[in-house]
Write a protein that binds this ligand. Sequence first.
Ligand code: IMP
Ligand code: MG
Length: 181
Amino acid sequence: MTTPQTASPLKVLFSREQIASRVVELGAQITKDYAGESVVLVGVLKGACLFLSDLARNIALDASFDFIAVSSYGSGKMSSGDVKLTKDVDTSLQGKNVIVVEDILDTGYTLTYLTKLLQAAQPKSLKIAALLDMPSRRLQPIQADYFGFKIPDEFVVGYGMDFAEQYRNLPDICILQEPGH
Ligand code: IMP
Ligand code: MG
């Protein structure tokens, strides 16, 4: 599948090649940091599913997967700040090395909510891996332990990320431009 280039609201921000090589680096870093240990990757549905599947294949450790889902955006572009759990993990995280795998750290409301929730499960350790970090939009004091790319204040889609459930299967990360821009 190719990313539409002309007469399109989409502008490529990170190509599939750039994403792939950065994900290799993140996997190597995680492999080194947790040497001799096992990890549980907790993916935040749905946006992080492609990142989790690529990252996992670059982590040379015993790794298991779990998934959690929240809602906060509805179908718009702005976070409501009112995060709701729509699917909990279904394995015990007690005593485990948990890495929350998220597509984008934006206002920080979602990961602030999720880290509190996951901390209550008494993991051995809890870290955040976010593919994208948008520090200028942050409204909560939270940082990623691992991030792929820092990006400016733009709305992005592709590689798992959506606007109103569209564009998740684009292989590149694209800026979704407003009509007329
Ligand atoms: P936060 O709670 O504002 O940090 O937002 C986190 C969630 O909002 C992410 O899991 C994304 O699913 C979604 N989100 C935030 N910014 C964008 C964006 O630019 N494009 C697509 N989804 C986004
Ligand atoms: Mg999300």
